[in-house]
Design a protein around this ligand. Structure first.
Ligand code: SUG
Length: 420
């Protein structure tokens, strides 16, 4: 008998966290380019979010930060950390694997005809600093989900088809452990900004996961949403069980999508936030939709775990307080402070990868308890750099400190096989 539940795996924010302005089309990343980042504070904020979610009675896991700077990647480019051009060095240093929603696309076992939970690692090929994440991520997924009776971990979709993982994928289902429908959201164009998720990649993932035609919907992300800074669909929409919570301007053909959802899942509840209540700009600035929409245990209804920025935006907070005062499925608002990640465009939903699975079949080293989070927080407090400015990235002492910090974390988590 297996008990399938949703487990949220958060990326632990790595010791090289910095603001180099690497993501074109990500307004926060561009706005904060060159600012000083605080990796220790950033990682502690992420750990506090995990503790908060454990406290709500939710299952929590985590992934290790990848080895940065990625010297092997620079070597393939014929250079080194010391000699590379600044933009390549910054790309090699990025702590971007913290945003675990971009690690992979997951189709839980009830959706797949072979009864296996399928995971395809994302190639993230549109952004140079993210394009070299997948080998490290794949190594980690193969370890965490090594049980071949329950999980199938797939290699990335090949270039040139961009795949950004779960950030462009939503699942609707009567309950996590029941068969559902999977919505793959691709982009075609985003004005001056790139559309990162290509339809060829979405279709390839759905095929590799063996999803039947009746289980999948492909929907185009609205061009105006990408152009306004919604570089991933999860900046303007989020789904949980039978609820879709989305901005009115999230999709290119919203009515076609809503009709397809209602056809395939008549019980679906679609909550559309109108632009005259919350503008696309306010939605993107506040990251209201980059919330974790979760089902609370003990019939507690659903909660939105939101960035505190959502509370600070009057229009957004007014909308949300009215929403939870009504009779709908979303009953609770939980703001969390993850400002360090937010300043690079990563909200609560970006920091986590959702996997519906029986925790008993996951490598236990990746599952969180309060005690483990205490031990991780100690390592962070003692070894994560307090501050990094992007112009310090050529400092060999900083490189050594970052490597040492990660080594300590791998040791305390018993994951030294992920070394380098
Ligand atoms: O890919 N930011 C990430 C943020 C990812 C957010 N994830 C989701 N929406 N699921 C990105 O744009 C900024 C790095 C920098 O500028 O240094 C960055 O990569």
């Amino acid at each position: 008998m297996s008990a399938l539940i949703e487990i949220n795996f958060d990326g632990i924010i790595g010791p090289s966290h910095n603001y180099a302005g690497l993501s074109v089309g990500n307004i926060a990343s561009s706005t904060n380019a060159g600012a000083t980042a605080y990796p220790r504070e950033a990682a502690l904020q992420g750990i506090t979010k995990m503790r908060h979610n454990l406290g709500l009675g939710l299952a929590q896991g985590f992934f290790m930060p990848l080895d940065r700077p990625n010297a092997a990647w620079l070597e393939v480019l014929g250079t080194t950390v010391g000699d590379s051009e600044p933009h390549l060095r910054a790309a090699a240093f990025s702590a971007s694997s913290m945003w675990a929603a971009n690690a992979a696309t997951i189709s839980p076992a009830p959706d797949a005809p072979d009864g296996s939970c399928h995971l395809t690692v994302a190639n993230l090929q549109t952004m140079p600093h993210r394009s070299h994440e997948w080998p490290g991520t794949l190594a980690q997924l193969k370890l965490a989900f090594a049980d071949h009776d329950h999980f199938s971990v797939h290699a990335p979709v090949p270039s040139p088809f961009g795949d950004e993982g779960a950030a462009n994928h939503m699942r609707l289902c009567p309950s996590h452990d029941a068969a559902g429908i999977e919505i793959f959201v691709f982009g075609k164009s985003g004005g001056q900004f790139p559309a990162r998720q290509h339809i060829e990649a979405s279709r390839a993932v759905a095929r590799k996961h063996g999803l039947g035609q009746d289980r999948v919907i492909f929907a185009q992300q609205a061009e105006i949403a990408i152009a306004a800074g919604a570089f991933h669909n999860d900046v303007v929409a989020v789904a949980n069980e039978r609820v879709l919570f989305a901005h009115e301007q999230a999709f290119e053909k919203p009515n076609a999508l809503y009709n397809a959802i209602r056809n395939q899942l008549p019980d679906a509840e679609i909550i559309i936030v109108p632009a005259n209540k919350v503008s696309l700009d306010d939605a993107i600035r506040s990251y209201l939709f980059n919330a974790q929409l979760v089902t609370l245990p003990d019939d507690g209804g659903m909660a939105l775990i939101l960035p505190s920025e959502a509370r600070e935006n009057d229009a957004v907070w007014r909308y949300l307080t009215d929403l939870v005062a009504g009779n709908g499925p979303i009953r609770r608002l939980c703001p969390v402070d993850i400002r360090q990640s937010m300043a690079n465009g990563g909200g609560p939903a970006c920091l986590r990868l959702r996997v519906v699975a029986d925790p008993a079949f996951v490598d236990q080293r990746f599952l969180a308890t309060t005690e483990k989070l205490d031990a991780i927080a100690r390592i962070v407090t003692d070894h994560w750099p307090a501050a990094i400015n992007p112009d310090q990235l050529c400092d060999p002492e900083l490189t050594a400190a970052i490597g040492n910090a990660r080594d300590r974390l791998l040791q305390v988590c018993g994951l030294t096989e992920l070394d380098r």
